[in-house]
Write a protein that binds this ligand. Sequence first.
Ligand SMILES: *[C@@H]1O[C@H](CO)[C@@H](O)[C@H](O)[C@H]1NC(C)=O
Ligand SMILES: *[C@@H]1O[C@H](CO)[C@@H](O)[C@H](O)[C@H]1NC(C)=O
Ligand SMILES: *[C@@H]1O[C@H](CO)[C@@H](O)[C@H](O)[C@H]1NC(C)=O
Length: 463
Amino acid sequence: MIHERNNDQRSIHLILSSRFRGIYRHFSENIWLSLSICYKNAASRSSVRLLFLTVCLFIGMFVSTRLLDFTLSPWRETGITEESIERAKGLADFRLVILNGTAYVEHYKKSVQSRDVFTIWGLLQLLRRYPGKVSDLDLMFECFDFPLVGKKYYDQLNSTVVPPPLFRYCGDDDSLDIVFPDWSFWGWAEINIKPWDLLLKDLSNGNKRIEWIDREPYAYWKGNPWVAEHRKDLLTCNVSNTQDWNARLYIQDWDRESQQGFMQSNLADQCTHRYKIYIEGSAWSVSEKYILACDSVTLMVTPRYYDFFTRGLMPGRHYWPVRMDDKCRSIKFASEWGDNHEQQAKAMGKAASSFIQEDLKMDNVYDYMFHLLTGYSKLMKYKPTVPQNAVELCSEAMACGSEGFAKQFMEESTVNGPTDVSPCIMQPPYDPRTLNSILDTKVKSIKQVEKWEKDYFEQINQE
Ligand SMILES: *[C@@H]1O[C@H](CO)[C@@H](O)[C@H](O)[C@H]1NC(C)=O
Ligand SMILES: *[C@@H]1O[C@H](CO)[C@@H](O)[C@H](O)[C@H]1NC(C)=O
Ligand SMILES: *[C@@H]1O[C@H](CO)[C@@H](O)[C@H](O)[C@H]1NC(C)=O
């Protein structure tokens, strides 16, 4: 029986498998830390709008909870010391200092592509958006994929060594790296992915072209399989003469696309299937937000990493969980379920694209950055100074010194001046019981889908 709504299964007795215990521990050990939510003042809005905001509140809570309290908790007792920053230097691509509203950068090594350039650009735009509001700080940033600051080295109750604070784009349960929005929010010049606020509009329009029900009833994925074993493994699920798991999988060849002017890689043209598979690359994948934006049901192959917003997603509401260790059957089952539960599948696609369009709009990305940096700055134990080899940054000079897509994207993502809106307000924490129940629901939803899947194939095998 697979017709019940999976997120209503509150009565299932849950025995945490080791796989879930990992996730659970990760959340629950931070429960007593003060948790906070972020929301915009909505006094003048209609009640319909308020109702909608209540939903956002819930999701937004999840995002910012982990952001401030989890991300910065390793430094809560000790603060961020100059000595710990110096240790992070050995890992970083660049150091960024903000003093009295001016940013300075010292480069240590070249990042992959223009990741560093667009990250620094994004920070500059934050300063333009909220002039005089971003506190003085000193931070180290590394732009590669994997988290580097191993939790176990600093986890001992007795450890007196302050972990090196290192900013990057993703984290996992074993690391302490500080998670920051990735460069692509301001553009990804090498593969012609435009700044996020423009892309959001394209995606929203692209979505309208084909109704969910009229889309191809298959699970679509297009990407680079050579970056991870589990991606190569996914390709074995592709349709062939002898099997059909309802998966339609394609290899993205960026070199060829680049030569042909990116004709085949327009993201807004890729909302053509009822199901879209998300699978991590060598670490988290930037593609996640584009996949979730499609109104299709996102089939999420069990992720290991998280970026700054993904912990706000709920299985069964925003996506359908797919097993890492049994991908083909899991994909087959997911698409059968969706085809047989049209309304629920459509609602799931819609919930994900609304999350992306509303919760993940640039205003919120900037507010995340603002609150993260403010929290970070409060933990600093010393007054930052301009590093010896640092240069002062200025948006105009950065944009003028660029060319091609990079220059275009910088122009398009320039914050023209201060906003008239203040950063969103931090709300008092959720109590541990409420948070626990949210986490519980998350784990139970995944367990429920796995059980349905198991029952389904058992039944088929009996027939
Ligand atoms: C900070 O900037 C303001 C405005 O530009 C200026 O008036 C002030 O003197 C600066 N303070 C320091 C310590 O540089
Ligand atoms: C903590 O470290 C100190 C100094 O290294 C040591 O004397 C003490 O026994 C340790 N305490 C625990 C609980 O491990
Ligand atoms: C998957 O199958 C489709 C349909 O036969 C084919 O067009 C596509 O190239 C295949 N993908 C891969 C990665 O082989």
